[in-house]
Write a protein that binds this ligand. Structure first.
Ligand code: URP
Ligand code: ZN
Ligand code: ZN
Length: 483
């Protein structure tokens, strides 16, 4: 047959277009888009006029990442990518974490072993730079960038990860020189340490005090500092997991100065609030399920996030899937009932719910349009991390990564329940939400990996993607004399 697959009668949405057509797929790529496409095809799928968007690109998720506090991420590359696929995501970018005293290359080698034979959709790696020695910034990073690891995350907090400003500057200078993207976790470490000490000394240890230990000023200050350092070095950065108004205001200010500051937010900042960390009289640790950093803020801040999504302030929406079980020896309760908030591993699961939540509440809820949805969840992350146009759009020549959507009319919404999900986590923070849409079919390189309620892919069928340089505008005022 001429095609391996034809998706018929698709209501195709991309960043710039919306039209009805058939999509012809051969050898994992889109080879034709036309109305009334002539076969034959080995398989035909009738989308019956349903919305078809590019497979999601999740630019921030954690699978099988080593920890050193006894906690353990619940998802490995098999369960993590399975969950992603069933939620319409066809590309993930988890993190290869450098251990202090060790090379980044060792982390990359280790991470390939963890992914190989397990991933069911395509994946690339960000690097976490935990120690910015001269060897790292002058030899390792340039070499790894050439090999297709063109983005790295750095932390301004967490004792075993944080970089001092001088180290951040060295990393940014390397990113500028070699054309890489730096993602920054912006929270002020000393403020958090002091506040945590005050809270614990006062006996305020319940999960909700996690939010008190990381108020918005802590995120605002670090966001401003990250912007200032990026301005100094004259290089684009991405502020990850922006939680609310105050960090947004800093980013808005930076954009007004023409600085290439990109921003990511995540569903937890649209749908969770600090109240979700609150005390349940029957289960004091219940709120631990929503402990993540930065913490969810209040309802007014959720509205600021939505405004930033519709206005164009945010570049991408990622899950920051950081999956810890509630129960068991490596989960959120592992330090015991009544353990202080600072002993609860940080992060919430969400790789499978990212797209359905944003489709339901964003697009069908009238907060963003379908083009912006595609841009935030697929096209922009692919551009930012050097995967576009292979990933992130529906076009001839692109990988055949597609989502066919089911939509549910009012009154017939699907109520979200953790048993619907395919991660290895024992809860979802979004339990009980009424979903207006869910992927009916996910196509990854032409293969139906999620269809009619069944997960269909083989472990190891996902491929590693070396990344090209980020496709983002550079700053307009090069300060070459400093470099
Ligand atoms: O609390 C969070 N976000 N945990 C995941 C790690 C990170 O900082 O992104
Ligand atoms: Zn982070
Ligand atoms: Zn993260």
């Amino acid at each position: 047959p001429q095609y391996d697959l034809i998706v018929r009668n698709a209501d195709i949405a991309t960043v710039g277009d919306r039209y009805r057509a058939d999509i012809g797929v051969r050898d994992g790529r889109i080879v034709a888009i036309a109305q009334g496409l002539e076969g034959p095809a080995a398989r035909e799928l009738d989308a019956a006029g349903r919305l078809v968007t590019p497979g999601g690109v999740d630019g921030h998720c954690h699978f099988d990442q080593p920890t050193n506090d006894g906690s353990r991420y619940a998802d490995d590359f098999y369960t993590g990518t399975r969950s992603a696929a069933c939620g319409g995501t066809t590309t993930v970018l988890p993190f290869a974490l450098q251990q202090r005293g060790s090379s980044i290359q060792a982390a990359v080698d280790d991470y390939h072993q963890r992914a190989n034979g397990k991933a069911v959709i395509d994946y690339a790696f960000h690097l976490i730079v935990a120690e910015a020695t001269k060897d790292v910034t002058q030899r390792e990073l340039p070499m790894l960038i050439e090999k297709g690891y063109t983005s790295f995350k750095i932390y301004m907090t967490y004792d075993d990860l944080k970089l001092a400003d001088r180290q951040i500057i060295e990393v940014l200078a390397t990113a500028r020189k070699h054309g890489a993207m730096t993602m920054i976790h912006a929270e002020n470490s000393d403020c958090i340490a002091w506040l945590t000490e005050q809270l614990l000394d006062a006996g305020l240890t319940a999960p909700r005090y996690h939010a008190s230990s990381r108020p918005m000023a802590v995120e605002r200050e670090a966001t401003h500092r990250a912007i200032a350092l990026a301005e100094l070095i004259d290089t684009p950065i991405l502020i990850v997991h922006v939680s609310g108004r105050e960090a947004i205001e800093q980013i808005h200010w930076a954009r007004g100065r023409g600085l290439p500051i990109h921003a990511e937010t995540c569903p937890q900042y649209m749908f969770l609030s600090a109240e979700d960390l609150g005390i349940d009289p029957d289960d004091p640790m219940h709120g631990a399920r929503c402990i993540c950093s930065p913490p969810p803020r209040d309802k007014a801040n959720q509205q600021f996030i939505w405004n930033g999504l519709s206005s164009g302030l945010f570049t991408i929406v990622s899950s920051d899937h950081a999956p810890f079980n509630m129960e068991g020896p490596h989960g959120k309760r592992a330090a015991g009932e009544g353990a202080a908030f600072d002993r609860v591993p940080n992060g919430v699961p969400g790789v499978e719910t990212r797209l359905p939540l944003l489709m339901s509440e964003g697009v069908l809820g009238g907060r963003i349009d379908i083009h912006r949805f595609v841009e935030l969840t697929a096209t922009n992350p692919a551009r930012l991390y050097g995967l576009y146009p292979r990933k992130g759009t529906i076009a001839v020549g692109s990988d055949a990564d597609l989502v066919v959507w089911d939509q549910f009319p009012e009154g017939q919404e699907r109520v979200l329940d953790n048993s619907m999900l395919h991660h290895a986590v024992d809860y979802t923070p979004y339990e009980g939400m009424r979903m207006r849409a869910w992927p009916a079919t996910t196509v990854s390189r032409g293969r139906l990996v999620w269809h009619e309620g069944r997960f269909l892919a083989e472990a190891g069928s996902g491929e590693f993607l070396p990344c090209l340089r980020p496709q983002v505008p550079r700053a307009s005022n090069p300060l070459e004399k400093w470099l």
